[in-house]
Design a protein around this ligand. Structure first.
Ligand code: MN
Length: 197
């Protein structure tokens, strides 16, 4: 079965001033939509059509089309959901406890996550992952993600990710990736992250 483009759970302008409406619209309708179209073309008429998106990311990334476009569809689908106009601030619930026990404090987590997002050279993502009972922070190039072998510790589950491709921020922030990363922390939907812990 073909995959489809998920609707955003908010309007394009809902995340302003942190992420502007034009960026959200282009990111969703052009960038995400292209990954989706290319993924559907890559699996069409093949046995891959019967696999879940997670399974494609875990076991079929030796196929470059699945790696790039399956990764792109998974990553963006997660990204829209972990953002919220009512998000941001200190973590809450189970994830708050896990962040405190793994990183010492929310501020330490924020510093480590920011560093991962800042030091990812070129296009990619930074992630907060769950590996067994532990949390870890990693980053990936292009549209790779922690479900794929060799990216984070194997069998990690991505809880939270930030897109650091320029298409995610360039219209509003130009070269100022640090400002975009800082703004991202005002949008994190901790309720959604807690659903994955
Ligand atoms: Mn993107």
């Amino acid at each position: 079965m073909a995959f489809s483009l998920p609707n955003l759970p908010y309007s394009y302008d809902a995340l302003e001033p942190h992420i502007d409406a034009k960026t959200m619209e282009i990111h969703h309708t052009k960038h995400h939509n292209l990954y989706l179209t290319n993924l559907n073309n890559a699996i069409k008429g093949k046995e891959l059509e019967s696999k879940s998106l997670e399974e494609l990311c875990r076991n079929h990334t030796d196929n470059p089309a699945i790696r790039n476009h399956g990764g792109g569809h998974f990553n963006h689908s997660l990204f829209w959901k972990i953002l919220s106009p009512n998000g941001g601030g200190n973590s809450t619930g189970k994830i708050a406890d896990a962040i405190n026990s793994n990183f010492g404090s929310y501020d330490n987590f924020k510093e480590k996550f920011t560093n991962a997002a800042m030091t990812r050279f070129g296009s990619g993502w930074a992630w907060l992952c769950k590996t067994g009972n532990k949390l870890e922070i990693c980053s990936s190039a292009n549209q790779d993600n922690p479900l794929m072998p060799g990216i984070c510790t194997d069998k990690s589950i991505p809880l939270l990710g930030i897109d650091v491709w320029e298409h995610a921020y360039y219209l509003n922030y130009q070269n100022r990736r640090p400002d975009y990363i800082n703004a991202f922390f005002n949008l994190i939907n901790w309720e959604e992250v807690n659903n994955k812990v």
